[in-house]
Design a binder for this molecule. Sequence first.
Ligand SMILES: Nc1ncnc2c1ncn2[C@@H]1O[C@H](COP(=O)(O)OP(=O)(O)OP(=O)(O)O)[C@@H](O)[C@H]1O
Ligand SMILES: O=P(O)(O)OC[C@H]1O[C@H](OP(=O)(O)OP(=O)(O)O)[C@H](O)[C@@H]1O
Ligand SMILES: [Mg+2]
Length: 280
Amino acid sequence: MLRIAVPNKGSLSEVAAEMLAEAGYSGRRDSRKLVHTDSRNGVEFFYLRPRDIATYVGSGALHVGITGRDLLLDSGSDAVEIAALDFADSTFRFAAPAGGDISDIAHLAGKRVATSYPKLVDDFLRERGVEATLVKLDGAVESAVQLGVADAVADVVSTGATLRAAGLDIFGPVILDSTALLIGGPTAHAGTDRLLRRLRGVLVARKYAILEYDLPIARLEAATEIASGIESPTVSPLKEDGWVAVRVMVLRDDANDVMDRLYDVGAKGIFVTQVHAARF
Ligand SMILES: Nc1ncnc2c1ncn2[C@@H]1O[C@H](COP(=O)(O)OP(=O)(O)OP(=O)(O)O)[C@@H](O)[C@H]1O
Ligand SMILES: O=P(O)(O)OC[C@H]1O[C@H](OP(=O)(O)OP(=O)(O)O)[C@H](O)[C@@H]1O
Ligand SMILES: [Mg+2]
């Protein structure tokens, strides 16, 4: 069985569970359950704290796992990235009181920096020769400055709303661009490729739609320039002479714009349908 580590709590857990369900796996029904076997698909899910997932996978106890790049790097584990999963995008940044005297990483020398990701921050500052004191907190790091336990923070930033509310401004270089990942470790398993193909299928199904239209064959070049598809459009003859039916994948976000442009080059009966699952 392929042994997969999945987040049991926090912002990654729900999206990861949805993605696995869309990929055809069964999941736990009871949120207190720590292990779930999907025997039909030959996989066993272990529900673990996101922060611990890289440790389990890096040690070889579990074959693969879903976690954030920031958590992977902070763990110091030997686990490696297999694929990005297109959710939980964030940046990892320094922030300090707006209008204060810390606006560059050099200003952190001798200061206290609060973070939940001490290895990530320590590695970053050490490489740049900045000696600061790290204050390790579990969460809600943005409050550390107001509460007087730190002079600056290093934390996950998505919209920036949490920092703004705490009166903090981002400064310095981006420490890391993070996203949710499928990670792997030293224990290879033949089932990993199938899992990856399924997860990629979910990403494609979420991102793309199927566009179909009829077109005078003479306009085919112009139309395929507008929508060229992932590989190549499928072109079938229509009963009416000189016309073809075209089927092509388009980015969902572009679908309406592409439809307008195809209409302008003479396409008729243009419609878009949703992709429910895909394999590439
Ligand atoms: N607001 C956010 N937007 C995008 N990704 C986020 C956000 N907050 C946390 N993450 C990502 O989620 C992962 C952190 O997982 P974690 O379980 O700590 O989430 P959490 O929601 O902070 O949970 P907890 O409340 O237990 O701290 C990291 O990879 C981090 O980059
Ligand atoms: O830039 P924003 O969109 O405001 O999001 C960033 C915030 O989201 C996460 O907090 P979370 O809710 O996970 O709380 P935590 O700090 O206790 O982990 C993260 O740690 C930041 O605090
Ligand atoms: Mg958090």
